[in-house]
Design a protein around this ligand. Structure first.
Ligand SMILES: [Zn+2]
Length: 435
């Protein structure tokens, strides 16, 4: 009875929340308070797929859901990226019957790394994708070892596990069991040396000897081999090859594939999603076809006009590796260019930590960006970091008042690349200001 009441109240709060704009976690919070065993009592008619990892959770889980739908399946997923226990509960509450049954062929859940053991000790887990593990918001997540330990507690609950062949850290989750791998061969943007400050696998995570790399895709993601113990990148079950960054064309297991957003990251995410969908039973051709029509969310990538100049928006969370990716993208673009960085506090905890800025390779922009704009509530912290990176003060424009940002942009020149790193999204309405 308490279970049905919790579902009913959760659904009502969700419905009401839609009108006041607060609905992504509150219904789950309330329902879990009313019945702490709520998740355990949910019944799933189809398979449950979970996506976790430091980077690309939202995009990859949306990709998986998109591919499954394109192949005629019914899918429930948490598109809004509410990936803590209450967010997952909210998604399930919205779609379940009053008896707690979910009728879709698939439930695809993006789940925060730290919450995977909590969620999946309660609901069944058919396929578990761990995208990657890299340094991420130290204050919130500590280091990758801590996160690895958390996720490893969820792994025994998973019937099938899909791991990144190019990541020596998260691949350890497959030790002692069978797992499926995805990976990417050397591309035109692979490098012999790691170009980033954040390199979390300089030593072999198994024997602590020096880990060798044939090449890096980004950060410590690449083709690795330990001369001491033999730990190495396996031949991936799903391999991306012949990546063309101009056209977005590539192959997965030699079949032609296509993406609409051409970063190394996105080719990897797409290959991961295809691997998951094939593991779920789709034919490779169908999975690749489904992936080709996926569009990256406009909230995360968009192009628009600022006073007659082209502006490109790339929204990330406060994650050094994501920001490194965006910097790598800017470096491939033509001059003149202005990089507008936007960093705020983690609003929901009012966490003022900015130490993660020191894990971002801003040094790569020196001599590349004609102007650099520091904005958001941490604009001055950004400026200190950039000066340490070697930027000339004369090329820096500091504006922490959003209302004056558009005016400040006029002192810069060229295409504007807005790299906005906020905790959850566009909390401060930066997009409205610029658009
Ligand atoms: Zn080793």
């Amino acid at each position: 009875m308490r279970f049905v009441l919790a579902i009913l109240i959760g659904k009502l709060v969700r419905f009401a929340g839609r009108f006041v704009g607060r609905s992504t976690t509150l219904p789950g919070q309330i329902a879990l308070k009313m019945d702490s065993t709520l998740l355990k009592k949910m019944k799933f008619d189809g398979k449950v797929i979970a996506v976790t990892g430091s980077n690309g959770k939202t995009t990859t889980s949306n990709l998986v859901a998109h591919i499954l739908r394109e192949n005629g399946h019914t899918v429930i997923n948490n598109t809004e990226g509410s990936n803590l226990a209450a967010g997952v509960a909210t998604t399930l509450l919205e779609h379940c019957t009053l008896g707690g049954r979910l009728h879709s062929d698939f439930v695809v859940l993006e789940v925060d790394e730290r919450f995977t053991p909590i969620v999946f000790s309660q609901i069944p887990l058919d396929i578990f994708l761990v995208n990657n593990l890299l340094r991420d918001q130290v204050v919130r997540n500590g280091n990758p070892d801590i996160i690895l330990e958390k996720i490893s507690q969820a792994v025994p609950h998973a019937r099938q596990l899909v791991l990144n062949a190019n990541d020596p850290i998260s691949q350890q989750l497959g030790d002692g069991r069978e797992f499926v791998t995805f990976g990417m061969a050397r591309t035109g943007r692979s490098t012999e040396e790691c170009l980033h400050l954040t390199h979390d696998a300089k030593v072999c995570p198994r024997c602590f000897g020096k880990l060798n790399y044939d090449f890096f895709h980004y950060n410590h993601i690449g083709q690795f081999c330990c001369p001491a113990c033999g730990y190495h990148t396996p031949q991936p079950d799903y391999l991306a090859e012949q990546v063309d960054f101009e056209s977005g064309r590539f192959t997965i297991n030699t079949l032609p594939a296509q993406v609409n957003y051409t970063t190394p990251f996105h080719f990897m995410n797409t290959t991961a999603a295809v691997a998951v969908c094939c593991t779920a039973g789709l034919p490779l051709e169908g999975a690749i076809r489904g992936a080709a029509t996926f569009q990256v969310s406009r909230e995360r990538y968009d192009e628009f006009d600022v006073d007659g100049r082209k502006a490109v928006l790339m929204l990330t969370k406060q994650n050094p590796v994501s920001l490194d990716q965006n910097i790598a993208f800017v470096l491939t673009q033509e001059s003149p260019k202005t990089v507008a960085l936007y960093v705020n506090n983690v609003i929901y905890t009012d966490d003022k930590d900015i130490s993660w800025l020191y894990d971002v390779s801003f040094e790569r922009l020196v001599g590349e960006a004609d102007y650099i704009v520091c904005s958001g509530s941490r604009a001055y912290d950004l400026a200190v970091r950039l000066e340490l990176a070697g930027f000339d003060r004369g090329r820096m424009i500091i504006e922490d008042d959003n209302k004056k940002l558009r005016e400040a942009m006029k002192r810069s020149q060229g295409t504007i690349y807005v790299l906005a790193a906020s905790a959850f999204g566009d909390e401060d309405g930066i997009l409205e200001v610029l658009r």
